[in-house]
Design a protein. Structure first.
Length: 127
């Protein structure tokens, strides 16, 4: 048994108007993190750029949605939500790139593509 403290559980996003982000963003990050580790262990340097970009884009979707929800002016909110949608689309493209590079199978990324699509829909509804 380890003496290390248990990492905190991420807060659950609510679907009320006061939530800063949606559950789909947290779900995607939770889903993609083990995939990134699997791909790194399996093929390593061959996918470094795609893995790094996927990691950044997944976090960007979450953070842009949160920042958009923190804005009061409609044009500013719309800009951040648009950026979040773009990051979610980028996540889907990165997943396709991992398949194209032979780093994983299409069946392995199917759930992630669904979560990325759900985020794009959430961003449209929030924005």
């Amino acid at each position: 048994m380890s003496n290390l403290p248990t990492p905190p559980t991420p807060p659950a996003a609510s679907t009320t108007n006061d939530s800063m982000f949606t559950a789909s963003e947290l779900e995607f990050i939770a889903w993609v993190t083990p995939l990134l580790e699997e791909v790194k262990a399996a093929v390593g340097a061959k996918t470094t750029e795609v893995r790094d970009q996927l990691d950044r884009a997944s976090l960007s979707a979450l953070l842009n949605t949160a920042e958009g929800n923190g804005r009061r002016q409609r044009p500013q909110r719309a800009k951040f939500f648009d950026d979040a949608r773009g990051s979610a689309t980028e996540c889907a493209a990165c997943l396709d790139a991992l398949v194209a590079k032979g780093a994983c199978e299409v069946s392995r990324i199917a759930d992630g593509k669904g979560l990325a699509a759900a985020h794009r829909l959430d961003a449209v509804q929030v924005g």
